[in-house]
Design a protein around this ligand. Structure first.
Ligand code: SLL
Length: 247
């Protein structure tokens, strides 16, 4: 029996889509506090989900729910369309649950990730960053993987119309009007976006160096172990084996 419309999956196919998510926070300027902020609040912050290089991801992402700390009024914030973000003020750091709702054609269940809101500088030069009241960013790259998407969602993701119309190479669907949907990330790092092939290859170089270092350390340790074992064997020859006393 054929599967009901909209539930037939494209077998053996996985499609991924990259995105970034995270938080940005700045301490209040004491001379210019936001007017409506409660007296104990110290920072303005924002949590967001967006496409790489601000690419439109609304063709696969329908809406996003941000679950804030219970101390916030209406702590469940549903954002129905881009930009998927919540701006707030507060005094404390906490874990934000970010729930992704995919477009209805996908028939996919919502998925959640968690992200720690960072208000306070971390890494190098913490004192300097505090003094300059620098923005504290905590941003991650991630990819959502659609495993064997249903045919109509496959069309949405790829901008084709092959499955919906039952023939390959047919005219482009609606999505193509907005530019061909893609999982490609930019070639080069730019002022507003680091997530690129260039960044990826730098990261791979760093990993390569780290792997070499670890391999060298392992080789050193093995050499040392062999030396120690040789010494022990010699000692056993001259002094005899140590007696293991049971306690
Ligand atoms: C904790 N990390 O684990 C803390 C909680 C709460 C954050 C941080 C203000 C909410 C409001 C706010 O910053 N909450 O009163 O509007 O206990």
């Amino acid at each position: 029996m054929p599967a009901p419309a909209g539930t037939k999956r494209v077998r053996g196919v996985q499609i991924h889509r990259p995105f970034v998510y995270g938080t940005e926070a700045v301490p209040f300027d004491p001379a210019n506090r936001p007017k409506n902020a409660p007296a104990d609040h110290t920072h303005s912050w924002k949590v967001f989900v967006r496409g790489i290089n601000n690419e439109d991801i609304s063709y696969w992402l329908r809406k996003v729910q941000f679950k804030l700390h219970d101390t916030y009024p209406n702590s469940l914030r549903m954002i129905e369309g881009p930009p998927y973000e919540v701006e707030e003020t507060g005094w404390g750091e906490f874990e934000i649950a970010i729930k992704f709702y995919f477009v209805p054609e996908s028939t996919e269940k919502p998925q959640s990730i968690w992200h720690g809101l960072k208000l306070h500088p971390y890494g190098d030069d913490i004192e300097g960053k505090k003094e300059r009241r620098e923005m504290v960013k905590s941003i991650c790259y991630e990819e959502v993987l659609f495993n064997e998407p249903v045919e109509q969602f496959y069309d949405v993701l790829t901008g084709g119309g092959a499955y919906a119309r039952g023939k390959a190479g047919a005219k482009m669907g609606k999505a193509s009007a907005r530019g061909m949907p893609t999982a490609e990330i930019p070639e080069r790092i730019s002022k507003d976006n680091v997530y690129s092939r260039e960044q990826e290859s730098r990261e791979l170089d760093r990993l390569g160096v780290a792997i070499k270092t670890v391999e060298n350390q392992i080789a050193e340790e093995k050499k040392r172990l062999i030396e120690e074992e040789t010494k022990l064997a010699e000692l056993e020859k001259t002094e005899g084996r140590p007696v293991n006393k049971k306690r």
